[in-house]
Ligand binder design. Structure first.
Ligand SMILES: Nc1nc2c(ncn2[C@@H]2O[C@H](COP(=O)(O)OP(=O)(O)OP(=O)(O)O)[C@@H](O)[C@H]2O)c(=O)[nH]1
Length: 377
């Protein structure tokens, strides 16, 4: 009798120990997830958020952590590239063109997947690493009933993620992640739309003023040339007078698109005023700059803008200047050098107009010293 009682007590004790151990382990896991979520909420940009997630593999003691974003119009990708986010070094950041993949994987229940890695279920969410993952979980990020992305986690251990395992912590974290992603995207869209010219879709003067200093800093850091074009449509007033303001608007849109096509994605193009545009071309020396400007001039000369019954033709004049950073101490701020660049490109444009328009004129190469000298003129 006494022995039976002692055996029962020992069994009870071992149950209690196991429960205590589970509670302690859950409490540690909860703390880890809470720490992660608090950090996540404190991040300032989409880029910071992506880096934080993609680098959290060790934090969660996993063999794989990846992030998928639905980006039907490739806007998020181009936003990140334009902001110097190095996508190539982030192969586990996967972009999806449509919601279809998500619908197929998660169905209408919007529920997550947990269990063995199954190609048909998981392949779209994982980079195919050399060593096969044994168990995974993929949790969709859903906002207002729509898939906006997914978090994918994996392990070489088949017991790490098994069907029926509780995913409460991960689901909660993914909810927070969804809210953060949505907020960052909304903020970036709002920010970038205030920096875009609504008529032509290229950037506006405000954006140029912000970027000019950054581009000069970059040129100095990398000791690379930076070219600035000042472009102005010829006799634009006459187009408005002859064909009407709406036709003039259409010409502005078409001209901006042609210039944009001739530049690289990383180059800046901004509408500076009425029919004036400024372009900044990183790492472009003077002779190459003149070739590019000539190509733009030629393309605009060939452009025909159809507006109602009219076929409108136009030309463009371009002033160019190339900045070469001087080695050694800098005497001027990037802002002052930027002002000097625009002034010089504008002067070259004035010469192009005076030489009969439909011309490219380069004012040559300028440096920090020339900019400094210019300041005292
Ligand atoms: N349609 C249209 N016209 C605009 C817009 N913004 C400015 N303009 C017009 O653009 C014209 C610019 O003309 P000017 O600066 O005189 O120069 P231009 O006629 O191009 O002559 P040159 O530059 O000397 O070859 C003005 O008539 C402005 O009214 C716009 O958003 N849409």
């Amino acid at each position: 009798m006494k022995d039976d009682f002692l055996t029962d007590l020992m069994v009870l004790q071992s149950h209690l120990d196991a429960m205590l151990e589970r509670m302690q382990s859950n409490s540690i896991t909860l703390k880890r997830f809470q720490t992660f979520e608090i950090e996540l909420l404190n991040l300032n940009s989409l880029a910071e958020m992506l880096d934080y997630i993609l680098n959290s593999q060790d934090f969660f003691k996993l063999d794989y952590i990846g992030f998928c974003i639905v980006d039907a119009k490739k806007e998020i990708r181009s936003f990140l590239v334009n902001n110097d986010y190095d996508l190539e070094s982030k192969p586990r950041l996967i972009f999806m063109e449509n919601h279809q993949v998500m619908n197929l994987a998660f169905g209408s229940l919007l529920s997550s997947y947990i269990g063995a890695y199954k190609t048909e279920k998981c392949a779209d969410f994982f980079l195919q690493d050399e060593k096969k993952l044994a168990s995974v979980t993929v949790i969709p990020l859903v906002r207002k009933g729509k898939f906006i992305g997914a978090l994918s986690m994996g392990s070489f251990d088949p017991e790490r993620f098994v069907d029926g395992m509780s995913t409460d912590f991960i689901e909660h974290m993914t909810y927070v992640l969804g809210v953060c992603l949505e907020n960052h995207l909304n903020y970036e869209v709002m920010k970038s739309s205030s920096l875009v010219d609504t008529l032509t879709g290229v950037n506006n003067r405000r954006f140029l003023e912000q970027r000019l200093g950054e581009e000069i800093d970059r040129a100095q850091r990398n000791n690379e040339a930076l070219t600035c074009f000042f472009l102005d449509i010829d006799f634009f007033k006459k187009i408005n007078d002859d064909f009407g303001h709406q036709a003039g608007d259409q010409v502005l849109v078409s001209v901006a698109a042609v210039i944009r096509e001739q530049l690289r994605n990383s180059d800046v193009l901004a509408r500076y005023g009425g029919d004036e545009f400024i372009a900044l071309l990183g790492n472009i020396e003077e002779s190459m700059a003149i070739d590019i400007a000539e190509r733009i001039r030629g393309e605009i000369k060939d452009l025909v803008v159809d507006f109602q019954e009219a076929s409108i033709k136009t030309t463009i004049s371009i002033g160019s200047v190339t900045y070469k950073p001087s080695i050694g101490r800098k005497h001027l701020t990037a802002e002052k050098i930027g002002e000097d660049l625009i002034k010089k490109a504008d002067k070259a444009l004035y010469l192009a107009k005076n030489q009969g328009r439909d011309k490219v004129v380069s004012s040559g190469v300028t440096s920090d010293y020339l900019a400094l000298a210019n300041l005292f003129k």
